[in-house]
Design a protein around this ligand. Structure first.
Ligand code: CTP
Length: 396
């Protein structure tokens, strides 16, 4: 989705960076329109790096492409964060004396405003009237929150937290087709300790599973996300409505997943689960002096969590498994997938190819979704965010 983030001149502008980041991570094409005052609080290079697009602020630049209306016409959603009292007053009056004003006036997209100002300004009758005017025109407000303001004062006026703004913005435009649905998602890769400092693990970053959690939450789902050893930053900007539990080993994941599965209507097992664990875990660090030139590890089978979940499935519960395979031949991959779907007893199996340089840690993915009978019901290629939505569409 094409999203415009308008940033105006308040100290909370530095927090707007995380609003931009959250929207980008959710898979959106984000264009920042900043006022001159905003650029005194946060640098253009920061906003360009995070949004991955040029930042526009000048009304008289890009005139040949009629930029002052083009940005607003292309926008599917506009978020103004932070919005100062001055900007809110201008928007209520329909003023267009800067690029942001023109962009908003030229747009039919839903408008979300996250105000940030001192309490006296927020409670001033002028601001109260302006907010009421904008609300009556369908503009949605997120916050302000009550708390510490820039000076020594505190009260209503603090900008809402970035993840709250992102969630509200996506809710305003998104399909709300998972409202009230209880969804359990696992992500990341389990690790099995050898001794207090070493483990056997896998290369799953957790990005695809977390993308499914983001998408399900944006569509109104009540999401429980069990994560094992995610790469740094994968959870950043995740809506606070998602309940996150951290585990590390397969048996910890098993315990958490079986417990959470009781009330879940949809389970998505995106985690890469260690099939084996060391039979014994050394109490102290394994030392070369005692091991000599070779070290033999004896591994024992871990429980198959997905199998246990499908065995204890309750009525109406839909269970989705993943299969990361290195098989290069497409037909052979589909045969492997169909056999795995049947063996695991899942309703859907998301098959993706992995390799030394494929998929792990990447923002993109290519998947084939099979149903319980092994029939190919969907194929998708793109960002992990877009694939997350596609998987949820299939399940719905
Ligand atoms: N899975 C699980 N418990 C395990 C192993 C896997 O719940 N001990 C789940 C994964 O989360 C995934 C699906 O089963 O959703 C398939 O995982 P995969 O590793 O591809 O399958 P395996 O059963 O381990 O088969 P393989 O021998 O191909 O590794």
């Amino acid at each position: 989705m094409n999203v415009v983030v308008g940033i105006t001149g308040g100290i909370a502008a530095y927090k707007a960076v995380n609003v931009v980041r959250g929207l980008v991570l959710a898979g959106h094409d984000v264009h920042v329109v900043a006022t001159d005052a905003a650029l005194r609080f946060v640098g253009r290079p920061t906003l360009e790096a995070i949004s991955r697009n040029p930042v526009y602020s000048e009304l008289y630049e890009g005139v040949a492409e009629v930029r002052h209306v083009a940005i607003g016409q292309a926008a599917e959603l506009i978020v103004v964060a932070p919005a100062t009292a001055n900007t809110i007053a201008k928007l209520a009056s329909g003023l267009a004396d800067d690029l942001l004003g023109n962009t908003i006036l030229a747009s039919n997209a839903p408008l979300i405003i996250a105000p940030a100002m001192h309490t006296e300004m927020w409670q001033n009758p002028a601001t109260v009237a302006n907010v009421a005017t904008l609300r009556s025109r369908g503009v949605r407000f997120v916050g302000p929150a009550i708390g510490q303001l820039t000076g020594s004062d505190s009260g209503p006026g603090r900008m809402a937290e970035p993840d709250e703004i992102v969630a509200a913005a996506l809710t305003a435009v998104g399909r709300q087709d998972l409202v009230g649905r209880r969804i359990l998602i696992t992500a990341g890769g389990t690790r099995e300790p050898l001794d207090p400092v070493r483990f056997i693990g896998n290369r799953s970053s957790g990005k695809q599973g977390v993308a499914i959690a983001r998408a399900a939450a944006a569509r109104g789902g009540e999401v429980t996300l069990i994560v094992a050893n995610l790469d740094d930053g994968v959870l950043s900007g995740l809506s606070s409505t998602v309940s996150v539990q951290q585990v590390s080993t397969t048996r910890e994941l098993q315990e958490a997943a079986l417990l959470a599965a009781g009330t879940a209507e949809l389970i998505v097992m995106a985690a890469a689960v260690a099939d084996y664990r060391p039979e014994t875990v050394a109490a102290g660090k394994i030392k070369k002096e005692t091991q000599g030139d070779t070290l033999e590890l004896r591994l024992v089978r871990n429980p198959d969590i997905l199998h246990e979940l499908t065995d204890s499935r309750h009525d109406g519960q839909v269970i989705v498994g993943f299969a990361a395979e290195t098989e290069p031949d497409r037909d052979a991959l589909l045969v492997l997938g169909a056999a795995k779907a049947a063996r695991k007893g899942v309703d859907y199996l998301v098959v993706n190819r992995v390799g030394w340089n494929e998929t792990f840690g990447s923002d993109d993915n290519t998947v084939i979704v099979l149903d319980a009978t092994g029939r190919n019901v969907a194929e998708a290629n793109g960002t992990k965010a877009s694939i997350a939505d596609r998987i949820l569409d299939v399940v719905l």
